[in-house]
Design a protein around this ligand. Structure first.
Ligand SMILES: [Zn+2]
Ligand SMILES: [Zn+2]
Length: 479
């Protein structure tokens, strides 16, 4: 039956909706035999200040071999073509689905381009393009699904560099060259890690490579990251892939507020790196100098940095003093580790182990914020550490209310350290009376302590049989 043109046009409607992540434009229409071997242009208007466009395209008639190709043009140029190979793609300034160009997203008339390589006589296929437009920075997931949906403990490394900044590795001829992102991902995968964040200095160009690699590396979560590198300190940002202006002219929170707020407003997570390193010609701007940061701005501190572990694990070059100072000021800040690898050789030393609702970027950010995290200094999968309030569902990162005369029961759970020992650190100081020997490779050791009122943080360190520190937990907070 011949379709009147007016009905055909009526179906080309355009819907506007709002979703949690932004505005949604829906383009619907249909193709039939007369469209065979033609290109259909569906234009839509893009507003100012768009951060990301994501298109999901679907159509029926595939069982009758209808094929509709897709591509995209911005107001001045082609942005990509994926033919019939994909049903979705995304484009931002920093990263895009392979086949599409990342870059500025100018306001104006954009065109979704549809090609019709095949449609049989008498077949009418309806299509729908769902175009999501994000106008503010949000965290970026390179995978459309969690890498693993299961709740549990996941192991990863949160600090490393590639050739997008000063990370080097060996070329075929043995020369040290800027290390490509895929090499870092392969090294991390070979080390059995569940997630990594690639944190090049100030740049986010690595996001484009991570976007390409994630589908091929579908057992390891690739987390957008960067190391904000200033003259007054370094801090890692996890989650957003948008460029953030790192420039500041004084070691004050007022001067840092712009980039710190940008991280938190996008749903990202801010972690202060190697705060104990001295700044100087050896390591410019490495030590942290920015004081008086309001509560809640900084979610984590890199208490152990891998690049300085060879000098000292427990000494002042690490982040202990800085972290303890934050804890003693009443802030709840999660201790994490990072290899700070620059040679694709030390990834996973140390490993940060995070309890997550699912293995996704959001799962990681929520997990670090919750504080149920331990640092595994040697990256040994057989070792494990948790701490709970005895008889309660309160774990590391959790808070328990106590009265002045109450006795608190705490139960560390340690695996893989027979012959070693655990130490309790209360308000930044070890409490020798609570040290316990580990007699097996799987032990829960309840202890009792009378805090005598006040506000306290209590966390556990675990040592091997030679007394070497190998695991570091996070605090349970008593109020
Ligand atoms: Zn640094
Ligand atoms: Zn670094």
């Amino acid at each position: 039956m011949k379709k009147p043109g007016s009905i055909w046009l009526l179906l080309l409607c355009l819907f506007l909706l709002d979703s949690a992540r932004g505005q949604v434009i829906i383009l619907k229409g249909k193709v039939e035999r007369k469209d065979l071997h033609t290109y259909i242009e569906r234009s839509f208007s893009l507003p100012d200040s768009v951060k990301r466009i994501s298109v999901v395209f679907s159509y029926n008639g595939k069982d009758q071999r209808t094929t509709i190709d897709i591509g995209l043009m911005d107001p001045v140029r082609f942005r990509g073509w994926s033919g019939g190979a994909r049903n979705s793609f995304t484009i931002s300034a920093e990263d895009a689905t392979p086949g599409y160009l990342p870059g500025a997203l100018p306001a104006g008339k954009w065109t979704l381009l549809l090609g019709v390589p095949n449609i049989r006589e008498g077949v009418v296929s309806e299509y729908e393009a769902r175009i999501t437009i994000e106008t503010r920075p949000v965290i970026t997931e390179f995978s459309s699904m969690p890498i693993r949906a299961a709740e549990g403990w996941y192991r990863g490394d949160l600090h490393m560099h590639t050739g997008n900044s000063d990370g080097k590795c060996a070329s075929q001829l043995g020369n040290q060259v800027g290390c490509p992102v895929f090499r870092i991902v392969e090294t991390a995968t070979a080390g059995g890690l569940d997630f990594i964040s690639v944190t090049d200095h100030n740049t986010v160009v690595q996001a484009e490579a991570l976007r390409e690699l994630q589908p091929a590396f579908d057992k390891i979560l690739l987390v957008p990251g960067r190391e904000i590198t200033t003259f007054y300190g370094h801090a890692n940002v996890f989650g957003p892939a948008d460029f953030i202006d790192f420039r500041m002219d004084a070691p004050t929170h007022a001067a840092a507020k712009g980039w710190m707020n940008a991280v938190n407003n996008s749903g990202g997570l801010l972690s202060i790196n190697h705060p104990g390193l001295p700044s100087g010609e050896e390591c410019m701007g490495c030590g942290w100098q920015i004081e008086n940061i309001p509560d809640g701005v900084v979610a984590a501190v890199e208490v152990v940095n891998g690049s300085t572990m060879k000098y000292s694990i427990e000494g002042p070059v690490q982040g202990w003093v800085f972290w303890h100072k934050m804890l003693n000021s009443g802030q709840h800040v999660t201790a994490i580790g990072g290899s700070d690898d620059h040679r694709s050789e030390a990834i996973g030393k140390p490993t940060t182990v995070v309890y997550m609702k699912e293995l996704s970027v959001q799962g990681l950010i929520d997990g670090i914020r919750s504080g149920r995290v331990f640092i595994d200094l040697e990256g040994n999968r057989d070792r494990f550490l948790d701490l709970s309030v005895t008889g309660k569902e309160v774990y590391m990162g959790g808070t328990v209310k106590i009265g002045r005369t109450d006795t608190v029961g705490l139960t560390p759970y340690v695996k893989g350290l027979s012959g070693g020992r655990i130490e309790f650190i209360i308000d930044g100081r070890p409490d020798a009376a609570l040290t316990r020997e580990l007699r097996s490779d799987d032990e829960k050791i309840p202890v009792k302590w009378v805090p005598g009122g006040g506000r306290h943080s209590v966390y556990v360190k675990a040592r091997d049989k030679d007394g070497k520190l190998v695991l570091v937990g996070n605090p349970v907070y008593l109020e």
